[in-house]
Design a protein around this ligand. Structure first.
Ligand SMILES: [Zn+2]
Length: 260
């Protein structure tokens, strides 16, 4: 499931290919039942306008302009934003396509239909109305300590709660805990200041590394948990054993040896 780094990689593609071009048409793809997409009148309102800037908060991607309108995009489990040129084959599973002047197109590809595209007034008001916490790459150390350290539930659940901290999901919360040596089911409010600081540093390291690599997993180092997300395999850090558990209803992978 796309998290902050994957959302950012999608935002960068839109920025690179789709800004400052007049939108000439906004077309729905085949099979758009059960997908939240702009209505006919909302699509019409985008025609003749341009996206001049993009933004991202947590897992949400925004495109719009100073005077609006804006769209918010949630990638869901399998969604992506795919710029292409009209001479190329359109991506499969495109639920909505923006056609820009010239031959630039932007498809929202969403095979499993769990994401959405929604017209909004502006990113700031969307973030406030949705009640999202600070972006995981923007939050400062003191706020992180306060927010996570005040949570009585499991630390993995706290890291994934978008209203506390926006951007982490299943994969990168596990990776952060793996690096910090903290078990996913530890009670967040029971962590000491040193452990909270370590979590903060490792979260920034994990996300920062992925942002530098534009979320290309093939370039990740071999000692990441991602390389060993399988029950019973050897821990790439300590020779312990990777185990799969359920924390807060989500699957969690961790090392029984160096995480406690
Ligand atoms: Zn280990």
């Amino acid at each position: 499931m796309p998290e902050l780094p994957e959302a950012e990689a999608n935002r960068r593609r839109v920025t690179e290919h789709c800004l400052n071009r007049t939108i000439e048409a906004v077309r729905l793809g085949n099979d758009t039942t059960h997908v939240e997409l702009p209505s006919a009148s909302e699509r019409e309102a985008l025609v003749g306008r341009q996206f001049t800037e993009t933004a991202r908060h947590g897992k949400y991607i925004f495109a719009g302009s100073k005077t609006g309108p804006w769209i918010a995009v949630h990638l869901g489990m399998t969604g992506s934003l795919r710029p292409y040129t009209s001479g190329d084959a359109a991506p499969d599973f495109a639920r909505i396509t923006f056609e820009f002047e010239g031959d630039t197109r932007l498809a929202y590809r969403c095979p499993r239909k769990l994401g959405w595209v929604r017209p909004i007034d502006a990113p700031e008001s969307f973030v406030a109305e949705t009640g999202l916490g600070p972006d995981a790459m923007e939050i400062d150390r003191a706020r992180f300590r306060a927010v996570i350290g005040a949570t009585r539930g499991a630390v993995k659940s706290a890291l994934m709660a978008q209203k506390k901290l926006a951007g982490l999901g299943n994969l990168w919360s596990d990776e952060t805990l793996f690096r910090a040596g903290i078990a996913p089911d530890r009670t967040a409010s029971g962590l000491d200041e040193g452990q909270l600081d370590s979590l903060y540093d490792e979260m920034r390291h994990v996300l920062g590394t992925l942002l530098d690599l534009n979320a290309d997993y093939s370039k990740l180092p071999d000692d990441w948990l991602l390389r060993a997300r399988e029950e019973g395999v050897d821990c790439p850090r300590c020779g312990g054993t990777i185990t799969k558990t359920t924390v807060g209803g989500r699957s969690a992978y961790h090392c029984t040896e160096h995480q406690s």
